[in-house]
Structures are given as structure tokens and as C-alpha cells.
Design a protein around this ligand. Structure first.
Ligand SMILES: Cc1cc2nc3c(=O)[nH]c(=O)nc-3n(C[C@H](O)[C@H](O)[C@H](O)COP(=O)(O)OP(=O)(O)OC[C@H]3O[C@@H](n4cnc5c(N)ncnc54)[C@H](O)[C@@H]3O)c2cc1C
Length: 361
């Protein structure tokens, strides 16, 4: 067993939630380790917006200038209907457009500057607790010990499963969207292009700052039985040709393609003894409004404050209870709010000139 007496909090997951927690705790003088199952950092745009609330948390970690240097204000939303340009809508909200991988990179660099490096190839597969601490078992057989552990390991959280915490809510049976990163030489990068069709469906291409790529979101292609097909580079091109109909633009794959389905779920509890959940591990919901990564970042800030107080004070159990009391109602509201925003976007895009702005409030 690897016994590291300086580890006070063992963090599973190096997404935006785990990295925010790690930076915040380290700045508070708490010893952390960050375990990540991936073999290295990814470059997927995924959560592409920081809201003012998310930015406020990250500014306290000292990365505001770095984020501002990488990201940009959201571009004008350009809406097309049945192939014709209808309206341009200014983006609002005062946030920052930035790829999730870039947010993670900025946080990882901040963490490294504080002396902590993410440990890659470290998949947590087992967990045991006793009155003095937590022991995590890794898939490669190593064991690690800490006073507390945080599950920041995403929607399919192993930690949540190991704790036996139900993930309550619903998952739609079929994927409703294909997503990915593409290059689109010749397409203007001044706009977030949103093409919709009177027959339903559409395709969106958002230019990602600091790259030559766009984040693509589209209704999936379907087979002869109406079943959604998985994303492929050729499928992205067919969808682009069908909805955008701009001859001569050839999409080039840029490393990420995935399917997305509606999930509206939250953990029944955010704590089991000395182990606490944050971010997507505790709540998943529609992406309308762009609140997932931002809520995880805010969970992390609340969890850092809680764990630092629990480590320093005489009554840790009472302090730890405060985290769930503060964040579970936020998760509950988030699920209802984003499901409503998702419904508004689906209704709006049937009208010429409307698009994702319908989900921003
Ligand atoms: C197309 C799309 C657009 C989106 N747009 C937005 C947006 O505009 N704004 C927004 O706020 N959110 C957005 N989101 C949501 C956002 O991506 C998620 O909410 C965010 O990734 C959650 O961060 P997290 O750190 O909690 O989890 P994750 O990012 O999922 O990170 C979890 C990490 O844990 C690791 N891990 C998992 N299991 C283990 C294990 N057993 N051991 C070790 N490591 C493990 C994973 O490899 C991963 O690196 C979007 C998502 C998608 C797909």
C-alpha cells in the first residue's frame, strides 16, 4: 500500500470539478492527490462556456487572466431556416466562450505551479472507509490512503456506485444529438452558425477560440427504422450538406465525436461518511444554458471550503453535512431549470430566426 501521510483529500477525476477542487484545497494548505483514469489530457471542446458565476470561482484561484487570454466573448448567433439566413442575435450573459479542455489546461497548469500534478493512468476501482480515513484501491492494484475522498469522476461515477448512492431521475432511450469537433475551412468564424429545418432537425457550428475548430452539434442521422445512427465524419458531412447546403465546404474531423442523450438525474445523497460527490458525479442534465461544468466548479468551491473546515475543526461531521445541505437543493433546481430550458430550445428552433438563445434564460 502507498501510504502518503501528506494526502488529506484524495480526488478522483481531473475534469473541471476535480481540478477546481484540487487548486482551491491546495491554496488553502490542504494536501491533495488527483487520480485520473485517462492516460493524459484530452482536447475535447465539450462544455464550452464559463458563466459569470463559474468565472467568479476561478478568478479566486488566480486564473482569471489566463482564461481571458485563451477564451473570447461568445460570437453572434447566426440563424438560418431551411438554408436561408434569417437573423443574427447578439450573445448575452457576460460569460466566456472557451473549450473545456482549455479550462482544464489552465487549471492543471495552476495546480502544477502549486506543486501538484495530476496522476494519469490511475483508475479508482475500490473504496473502503474506517473512522480515521478512506482507502482507495486502483485498478492496477495500488492502494492509497487519505482523511477524505472526493468523487469528481463524472456522470458514470465509479465512486457514486461504490458508495451505493442511487442516481435518481431518467435517461431518454435514444441519443438526440451527435457532437464533435471539426474544421470547416471556408466557413466564417465570426458567427455561431445555427441551421434549422421546417422538417425538424438541424446543425450548429460554434467557432472555438484559440483553435481552428468548430464544435458541431446536430440531430443524428437515422436508419430506415428511424433509429439514430452513431456519429461518423462522413455522417457529419451529410448532415452539414442537408441542413447548411453550402457547396464546397468539407468538414475535417478534429479528434472528438460523440453522441449525447437526455439525462436528468441527481445523486440521492452527496456524502457517505468521509467521501463526497461533486459535479457531474452528483448531477447530470440537458446542456441547454451551458450550466453543467459551471455548476461542478461551484460545487468544488463549496466542497473545498467544507473540507478545509472539517480538517481544521473539532466537529467535522456537522461541517460535512453543510455541503450537502447547500448543494443538493442547487442540483435539484438545476435539473428542473435545464429540463425547462431544453424544452424551450426544442420549441424555439421550429420558428425561423430562433435558436439556442431560447435556453439561455
Ligand atoms: C456537447 C456538450 C456541450 C456542453 N456545454 C456546456 C457548457 O456550455 N457549459 C457547461 O457548463 N457545461 C457544458 N457541458 C457539460 C460539461 O461538459 C460537464 O458538466 C462537465 O464535463 C462536468 O465536469 P466534471 O469534472 O464534473 O466531470 P467530467 O468532465 O466528466 O470529468 C470526470 C473525470 O473523471 C475521470 N474518471 C472517471 N472515472 C474515474 C475513475 N474510476 N478513476 C479515475 N478517474 C476517473 C474521467 O476520465 C474524467 O476525466 C457540455 C457537455 C457536452 C457533452
Amino acid at each position: 500500500m502507498t501510504t502518503d501521510t501528506t494526502t488529506q483529500v484524495l480526488i478522483t477525476g481531473s475534469g473541471p470539478t476535480g481540478l477546481t477542487l484540487a487548486c482551491d484545497l491546495t491554496l488553502r494548505g490542504v494536501g491533495v492527490r488527483v487520480l485520473e483514469q485517462r492516460s493524459g489530457p484530452h482536447r475535447e471542446s465539450r462544455g464550452k462556456g464559463l458563466t459569470p458565476d463559474g468565472l467568479e470561482v476561478l478568478a479566486r484561484l488566480g486564473v482569471e487572466e489566463r482564461l481571458a487570454a485563451v477564451g473570447s466573448h461568445a460570437p453572434v448567433l447566426r440563424k438560418y431556416f431551411d438554408g436561408a439566413h434569417v437573423t443574427d442575435t447578439p450573445a448575452d450573459g457576460g460569460g466566456l466562450l472557451i473549450g473545456q479542455w482549455q479550462v482544464e489546461q489552465v487549471l492543471r497548469e495552476r495546480l502544477a505551479g502549486l506543486g501538484v500534478r495530476v496522476e494519469y493512468g490511475a483508475r479508482v476501482s475500490g473504496l473502503a472507509q474506517d473512522p480515521a480515513g478512506v482507502t482507495a484501491r486502483l485498478a492496477d492494484g495500488r492502494e492509497m490512503r487519505a482523511a477524505y475522498a472526493a468523487g469528481c469522476d463524472g456522470g458514470r461515477s465509479t465512486i457514486r456506485e461504490l458508495l451505493g448512492i442511487p442516481f435518481e431521475g431518467y435517461t431518454e432511450e435514444k441519443p438526440t444529438m451527435v457532437v464533435g469537433d471539426v474544421r470547416a475551412p471556408g466557413l466564417s468564424r465570426a458567427y455561431w452558425h445555427q441551421w434549422f429545418s421546417s422538417e425538424g432537425g438541424g446543425i450548429l457550428l460554434c467557432p472555438m477560440p484559440g483553435t481552428d475548430t468548430f464544435q458541431l452539434q446536430a440531430a443524428p442521422e437515422t436508419d430506415a427504422d428511424g433509429e439514430p445512427l452513431p456519429p461518423t465524419p462522413e455522417g457529419f458531412q451529410r448532415l452539414f450538406d442537408r441542413y447548411a447546403g453550402i457547396p464546397g465546404i468539407r468538414l475535417e474531423e478534429a479528434g472528438w465525436l460523440s453522441s449525447w442523450r437526455v439525462n436528468v438525474r441527481r445523486a440521492a445523497r452527496m456524502r457517505e461518511g468521509r467521501v463526497l460527490l461533486a459535479g457531474d458525479a452528483a448531477h447530470v442534465h440537458p446542456i441547454a444554458g451551458g450550466l453543467g461544468m459551471n455548476t461542478g466548479i461551484q460545487d468544488a468551491a463549496a466542497l473545498a471550503r467544507t473540507l478545509a473546515a472539517a480538517l481544521a475543526g473539532p466537529a467535522p461531521a456537522e461541517v460535512l453535512d453543510g455541503y450537502e445541505a447547500e448543494r443538493l437543493p442547487v442540483a435539484e433546481r438545476l435539473l428542473a431549470d435545464t429540463a425547462a430550458r431544453h424544452g424551450r430550445v426544442l420549441a424555439a428552433v421550429r420558428e425561423p430566426g430562433r435558436g439556442t438563445e431560447a435556453g439561455m434564460r
